[in-house]
Design a protein around this ligand. Structure first.
Ligand code: RTP
Ligand code: MG
Length: 142
């Protein structure tokens, strides 16, 4: 398996619930390293650009409203099979369908306020990591 990087966002609902540490701890316990991190209140422009692939979807405005409703914590996770591993830790998009013990099953309220984002492929990950971080903000341990 290849060492990959993936972009993870702790969304405004999870930040408001004060579970940043619990969520980051799950990544570390699963063997992923946090190699970059920052807290930010996204502008509409930033959220729209990040979710550009969903621009034509009916939920786009609600998604942007939600993602700009409060601060988020954005991080780059690195490790073996990081993209899929993070998606497994997150659980299904709709928390009602998320497997027990996943982040969304434990912390998410709804399909909109679903606690976390994770890149869905290595291609998306490369775009999303570069969207938020410059090379000198990423600190792999080697
Ligand atoms: P994410 O991008 O946030 O990691 O989530 P995902 O891959 O599991 O889901 P995606 O299809 O990429 O959708 C992005 C976010 O849009 C919201 N959504 N709402 N109301 C709806 O039908 C609906 N579908 C998606 C969710 O907040 C989802 O995380
Ligand atoms: Mg997605």
């Amino acid at each position: 398996m290849a060492v990959e990087r993936t972009l993870s966002i702790i969304k405004p609902d999870a930040v408001a619930k004060n579970v940043i540490g619990e969520i980051l701890s799950r990544f570390e316990k699963a063997g992923l390293q946090i190699v970059a991190a920052k807290m930010q209140h996204l502008s509409r422009e930033q959220a729209e650009g990040f979710y550009a692939e969903h621009k034509e979807r009916p939920f786009f405005k609600d998604l942007v409203d939600f993602m700009t409703s409060g601060p988020v914590v954005v991080q780059v996770l690195e490790g073996e099979n990081a993209v899929l591993k993070n998606r497994e830790l997150m659980g299904a998009t709709n928390p009602k369908e998320a497997a027990a013990g996943t982040i969304r099953a434990d912390f998410a309220n709804s399909i909109d306020a679903n606690a976390v984002h994770g890149s869905d492929s290595t291609t998306s990950a490369a775009r999303e990591v570069a969207y938020f971080f410059s090379d000198n903000e990423i600190c792999p341990r080697g």
